[in-house]
Design a protein around this ligand. Sequence first.
Ligand code: PHE
Ligand code: FE
Length: 296
Amino acid sequence: MSAEPRRVEHQQTDKGNVPVYTTAIVEQPWSSYSAEDHATWATLFRRQRELLKGRASREFIDNQERFGMSAEAIPRYEELNAVLAKATGWQLIGVEGLLPELDFFDHLANRRFPVTWWIRRPDQIDYIAEPDLFHDLFGHVPLLLNPVFADYMQAYGCGGVKAHGISAEALANLTRLYWYTVEFGLIREEGGLRIYGSGIVSSKGESIHCLDSAAPNRIGFDLLRIMRTRYRIDTYQKTYFVIDSFDQLMQATLPDFTPLYASLAAQGSIPAGDIIDGDDVVHRGTGEGWSSEGDV
Ligand code: PHE
Ligand code: FE
């Protein structure tokens, strides 16, 4: 391992007991990545690219290629930023890891995407609880080249700043939307369902599970329904929500959420694996292997 990230403290959040890092923006220490770091990137890159053929959204694969990401070496933010600047005006900034919510929203609202500068250790290849460089760069960055998705991410950041000022419940509603779209979203494309969520594309196991397993529910996108739905942080999702297009996502989230938060406050949350009346069920999950505890 090259240098060590500076962890600040652990905090109990809606994503579990996670380290919270300094909010400082750091320069990517590219020349201090070790041969082992680059090898970890290469292993993960090759494995996921192979697995994602016919599984990931066309838009995800095409944009990853546009960036020129390859197994050869950990990409340099500088080079990715040159491509991004021309395409959608987004900018990658280096950070130590997960940021406090308001800092994160503020970056997104200003078209800055925080990317963890360090990569996981070899013994964490298959699973790591917190975002690292592979998750952030491989998983999140490609869709920032899509103009509609790029706008959605910024709008989400603005919405986050606003929700933060409304209530903890409003913030929880909004976080669920991010979870079920940006992190774990599926999209309908010619040929069938495809993955666009970063939490999925950066995970070997979940890339297979979300599409091939009979266990999870797959349900058509429904904004209010999603904002009520609890989720899983330490197992595969029990439910995936399917969008028809990024335009659909953008259109559905354009209205002011303030009155929505107010009406959601009167409704209960929905357990992660439940199907409810009115759901547009694409696939009803068998629930195989689910544990009854642990929705957040
Ligand atoms: N329209 C939302 C609001 O007023 C903001 C938002 C946009 C939230 C896109 C999520 C995604 O709060
Ligand atoms: Fe993420």
